[in-house]
Write a protein of this length. Structure first.
Length: 128
């Protein structure tokens, strides 16, 4: 409101999200203590500016093995960091998961609206 008057094109917007998700991969057990240690160690190395190969070399030089008991390769360290699951059993994990899914749903709906708007303009003979 400006000077007690509402502008003529006053717009009110609200967002409403509804998400129904079924994903069996979310039922995967969280990392074991050893996997969590590896994840934390590799993440710390990356924060220090190391690359995956340097982290792999450090783990091998210090006698650590993959969760399956093999020597580390570059792909192992990358997949440990990449595959860290969101623990949806905690309140923070559930919150994070819901925020990400809400944003994804919003982006999907926004894309749909833009496509429909573009098609309407095209059908009315208006340039897109």
């Amino acid at each position: 409101m400006l000077g007690g008057k509402s502008p003529p094109n006053d717009v009110h917007a609200s967002l409403c999200f509804h998400l129904k998700l079924r994903a069996s991969h979310l039922l995967v057990a969280p990392y074991s203590d050893y996997q969590e240690f590896l994840y934390q160690t590799i993440s710390k190395h990356l924060e220090m500016g190391w690359n995956y190969q340097q982290s792999t070399d450090w783990l091998n030089d210090n006698g650590y093995t993959t969760p399956r008991g093999k020597r580390f390769g570059n792909a192992h360290t990358h997949s440990i960091v990449k595959n860290q699951n969101i623990d949806t059993t905690t309140i923070v994990g559930e919150l994070f998961f819901n925020i990400i899914n809400s944003i994804a749903q919003y982006e999907l709906q926004l894309t749909r609206e833009r496509i429909v708007s573009g098609l309407e303009k095209l059908l009315d003979g208006k340039p897109i």
